[in-house]
Design a protein around this ligand. Structure first.
Ligand SMILES: Cc1cc2nc3c(=O)[nH]c(=O)nc-3n(C[C@H](O)[C@H](O)[C@H](O)COP(=O)(O)OP(=O)(O)OC[C@H]3O[C@@H](n4cnc5c(N)ncnc54)[C@H](O)[C@@H]3O)c2cc1C
Length: 295
């Protein structure tokens, strides 16, 4: 019988995390379609399986050198189709935010410009409610299709604003694999969108250390008694700019980022994270919460 997925064995995860940490997984599964997702789960999910759906790994910190039998890595990069038909944009969870942003722009649809420069897939962005200071992906989504692993069913539902929160969503907390999403269509002007997209990209490249591997902001922006704190400022004012632990470094350009200057390991990066949390708490009494997922 033909399978609806491909398998890779002994996979280097270096290309599946933007921090470029070296580690390996015993296997990674690539479903071709939603049937393939169900098959992967039913064929491989053992009692002790930790299921890890990996997008671009742009918000992930790998903590192990080897992920063996008890880990099931699933990657949806073969499910990246985007369609615009009958005033509906439907996009597979494996498409990148950049693909979606350029696709909508080229079809004279506006509102997706801010997504272009956020590394990651549509699935990962829905889980993280990815966005900028002003805009989040949640404001663009009408419906989500996902696989409920525990119930073994595929569900399609209309989303509400209550399904999303600061860098998390309803699907973050349930055992689900996001398969696809339908997006809001607002007619726009191709050239205006292009200007906006390039302007956002330029601003971000000027501010962020994009010439080193990183995974974006390490911490969520804290809100304490109604007051929002700027993470980069808390770290900067704690005197931690440019601090290093072997190959890991708190970026001098943007102190909210930790960069890999060559051969950083999980331990190096975690050492800096702990140091930041302790020092900022000591100096300002603010508890920083990690935005990254540690796997
Ligand atoms: C340079 C840089 C800049 C960044 N700027 C921003 C920014 O401005 N705003 C922002 O919000 N983020 C930013 N990020 C972080 C990152 O881009 C986002 O969090 C993005 O949404 C991660 O997508 P991903 O596909 O890489 O997810 P991953 O990192 O691969 O996964 C994140 C989580 O989602 C889960 N997941 C992924 N796909 C699925 C799926 N289909 N179904 C179920 N679970 C899934 C994973 O298991 C994991 O728990 C930045 C990162 C970098 C490197």
């Amino acid at each position: 019988m033909n399978r609806n997925y491909a398998i890779m064995h002994n996979v280097s995860l270096r290309d599946y995390n933007t921090l470029k940490i070296n580690c390996r997984a015993q296997k990674m599964l690539f479903p071709y379609n939603e049937e393939g997702i169900k098959e992967v789960i039913n064929d491989f999910k053992g009692k002790n399986s930790n299921i890890v759906v990996i997008g671009k790994g742009a918000n992930i910190l790998f903590s192990k050198e080897f992920y063996g039998e008890d880990y099931l890595f699933i990657n949806l990069k073969l499910m990246d189709q985007i369609n615009y038909c009958n005033e509906r944009v439907i996009c597979g969870a494996g498409a990148t935010l950049s693909q979606l942003s350029w696709y909508t722009l080229e079809n004279n649809i506006k509102g997706f410009e801010f997504l272009e420069d956020i590394p990651g897939t549509v699935g990962g962005a829905i889980i993280m409610n990815a966005g900028t200071y002003e805009d989040n992906i949640s404001q663009l989504i009408k419906k989500i299709k996902y696989y409920d692993i525990d119930k073994d069913v595929i569900i399609e539902e209309t989303v509400s604003i209550d399904d999303f929160n600061r860098r998390k969503s309803k699907w973050t907390d349930i055992n689900a694999i996001v398969i696809a999403a339908e997006f809001v269509v607002k007619k726009g002007d191709y050239l205006e969108s292009l200007d906006e997209l390039l302007e956002i990209k330029k601003r971000r490249y000027l501010k962020q250390p994009r010439n080193y591997p990183n995974a974006g902001s390490v911490f969520k922006r804290p809100l304490v008694d109604g007051k929002e704190w700027m993470v980069w400022k808390l770290i900067n004012d704690s005197g931690l700019r440019g601090i290093k632990k072997n190959g890991a470094m708190i970026s001098e350009k943007h102190t909210g980022f930790i960069i890999n200057t060559g051969d950083a390991t999980y331990d190096d990066i975690f050492n800096l994270i702990s140091r930041i949390i302790d020092t900022v708490y000591k100096n300002f009494g603010v508890i920083l919460e990690l935005e990254w997922r540690i796997i």
